[in-house]
Design a protein around this ligand. Structure first.
Ligand SMILES: Cc1cc2nc3c(=O)[nH]c(=O)nc-3n(C[C@H](O)[C@H](O)[C@H](O)COP(=O)(O)O)c2cc1C
Length: 220
C-alpha cells in the first residue's frame, strides 16, 4: 500500500472486533512508526500500550470517572470553543457520527452513551497512551502528532484500524494511577487500535476535507 493509498483509506474506526492482534504485528507497527521525524531527532513520544486486564482496568476507571461527572483536567488544555469554519466542520463531523448510529438531536442519554464509548476504546483490544515531556513545549507535541499520524498510516498498511482520541487525555490523574507516565510528561491522547468491525454503522461514513485552496496559498 502506498502512503497516498493509506492516507485515502484511513478513517477513524469507532467499533472494533475484540480479537487481539498478534504481538509480532504490533511490534512491526511500532518499529515502522519509530522512524517518524522529530525536531533535533528528540523522538519525544512515550508510548504505553495496554491490552488484556490492563486495558480493562483503565477503561473501567475512565468510564466511572466520566459517568460520575468528574471534571476533565487535561494536561494540555482542550480548546475552550470552536468558531467560524472550525465550528462548522466540528458540527458536520458530529452530525455524521450521530446520524450513522441513529442518535436523534436532543437524545441526551444516547449521546452520553456514545461519548462513553471513547472510554471503552470503542471495543478495541489495544490502546496506546501517548505522552511527551512538558518542557519541550508545543514542538514536542508537534513531533508526537507526526508520530500519531505515522502510527495510524502504518497500521492502515498492516490491516489495522485506529482512532486517535484526545478524550483519553481528559483524566490524566486516573490514567496515571494505572500506568507509570513519566514525571513532567503531558498525556496527549490515546490511540485505540485493532481490527475494524466493518459491519457496524458507526464505521459506515467518511469525513470530507476542505478544498486545497482553503488551506494553501501560493506566492511567487
Ligand atoms: C488528535 C486527535 C484527537 C481526536 N480525538 C477524538 C476523540 O476523542 N474522540 C473521537 O471520537 N474522535 C477523535 N478524533 C478523530 C477525529 O474526529 C477524526 O480524525 C476527524 O473527524 C476526521 O475523520 P477521519 O479520521 O475519519 O478521517 C481525534 C483525532 C485526532 C487527530
Amino acid at each position: 500500500m502506498s502512503v497516498i493509498e493509506a492516507l485515502s483509506k484511513r478513517y477513524s474506526c469507532r467499533k472494533f472486533k475484540s480479537d487481539e492482534l498478534p504481538s509480532t504485528l504490533i511490534s512491526d507497527l511500532l518499529v515502522a512508526a519509530q522512524k517518524t521525524a522529530s525536531w533535533c531527532n528528540t523522538q519525544p513520544w512515550s508510548v504505553h500500550i495496554l491490552s488484556g486486564d490492563a486495558r480493562g482496568k483503565v477503561s473501567d476507571a475512565l468510564v466511572s470517572s466520566a459517568r460520575a461527572g468528574l471534571k476533565s483536567e487535561s494536561d494540555i488544555a482542550f480548546p475552550e470553543r470552536y468558531i467560524g469554519e472550525y465550528k462548522e466542520r466540528r458540527k458536520v463531523c458530529g452530525l455524521q457520527l450521530y446520524s450513522a448510529v441513529g442518535i436523534e438531536r436532543g437524545d441526551d442519554v444516547a449521546t452520553q452513551d456514545q461519548l462513553l464509548e471513547n472510554f471503552r476504546f470503542f471495543g478495541a483490544p489495544h490502546v496506546a497512551f501517548i505522552s511527551t515531556p512538558g518542557e519541550l513545549g508545543a514542538y514536542g507535541a508537534v513531533d508526537c502528532g507526526l508520530y500519531i499520524s505515522s502510527f495510524m498510516l502504518v497500521a492502515q498498511e498492516l490491516g489495522v484500524a485506529t482512532i486517535a482520541q484526545a478524550a483519553l487525555a481528559s483524566y490524566p490523574e486516573v490514567v496515571k494511577r494505572f500506568i507509570p507516565i513519566s514525571e513532567g510528561h503531558n498525556l496527549l491522547c490515546g490511540i485505540s487500535f485493532g481490527y475494524e468491525d466493518e459491519s457496524h454503522p458507526v464505521n459506515s461514513y467518511r469525513t470530507e476535507r476542505a478544498t486545497i485552496a482553503s488551506s494553501v496559498q501560493f506566492h511567487i
